[in-house]
Design a protein around this ligand. Structure first.
Ligand SMILES: [Zn+2]
Length: 287
């Protein structure tokens, strides 16, 4: 029998929805649609109205966070302490589930992306993979022992600290919570602020600009920490900032220099994403 699931990738700016159908062990997405992320009640109405048209067995959600992922907690499936105030403590998964009368599965958008790359990307990994997205925020999804990592919460690797570079010492960073954490130093907002230009100007900045070495160095530090802590087999980097393809060899170079052969890093350790519609496909793979 054909299996159908509704997939949602909930971002702070827009929400992607699609209906996934599994045939011969392969998921295909149809009826894809993008909605603006409005106030939670309005957004919920948009999503329910759209999804009611289709037949499916469950609702699969990859969402921005932080999220409550503890199934024993009454808040399970809620977005918790987001700076988007109206979304704070909004039980998005439960409300969708009640309105559409279907069960749900939920994880962070980056854990879902990590799962999609782990299961469907051609990365030659056995049990672990990290997915880092660098855009208007920095998110880190982690697969260990073939599972998305959960615990007290879920990984929030965008907020780890990295060693600040001398030439960047006066930049205070842009993270609303921590200033110069990884996210505070590497998002497109942080890059634009250092260059004193709007984000829309960033594609016009030359590859020769020293900002890319700096951002690449910080991301290499993050990769180094992930490698040491979790012995991750492969790190996939995506998101808008990584459209600057030059960053891949820069990160690789700095990572190898920092690690200094203490562990042997395989070729192609830092790679681009391979799965199309990675967030929605990742949502479909959540248990
Ligand atoms: Zn932070």
């Amino acid at each position: 029998m054909q299996q159908s699931k509704a997939a949602l990738e909930i971002g702070g700016t827009f929400i992607q929805v699609g209906i996934g159908t599994k045939t011969d062990n392969k998921w295909t997405l149809n009826n894809k649609k993008t909605f603006d992320t409005r106030d939670p009640e309005d957004t919920l109405l948009d999503l329910v109205t759209y999804l009611q048209q289709f037949e499916f067995d469950s609702i699969q959600i990859a969402s921005f966070g932080p999220l409550c992922l503890n199934k024993d907690d009454p808040q399970f499936g809620s977005i918790t302490s987001t700076p988007k105030l109206k979304w704070q403590n909004f039980p998005i998964a439960t409300r969708l589930s009640q309105a559409l009368k279907k069960p749900f599965a939920i994880d962070t958008d980056v854990n879902a992306c990590a799962m999609a790359e782990f299961m469907l990307g051609n990365h030659n990994v056995r049990q672990s993979l990290a997915y880092i997205t660098i855009g208007t925020g920095v998110g880190v999804g982690i697969i260990v022992n073939g599972q998305c990592v959960h615990g007290m919460l879920h990984p929030e690797g965008g907020h780890i600290l990295v060693a600040k570079q001398q030439e960047d010492k006066d930049f205070k960073g842009v993270c609303a919570f921590h200033g110069d954490c990884l996210e505070g130093l590497c998002t497109n907002v942080a890059i634009a602020k250092r260059l004193n230009c709007p984000i829309t100007e960033l594609p016009n900045i030359s590859d020769d600009h020293p900002i890319w070495e700096l951002v690449g160095f910080y991301l290499a530090e993050a990769c180094q920490n992930i490698l040491y802590l979790l012995s991750i087999e492969k790190i996939v980097l995506g998101g808008g900032v990584m459209n600057r393809k030059l960053l891949y060899p820069i990160i690789d170079k700095h990572l190898r220099r920092l690690v200094n052969k203490y562990v042997e890093i395989p070729e192609n350790y830092i790679v681009e994403p391979q799965v199309e519609d990675v967030g929605l496909i990742g949502a479909l793979l959540l248990q």
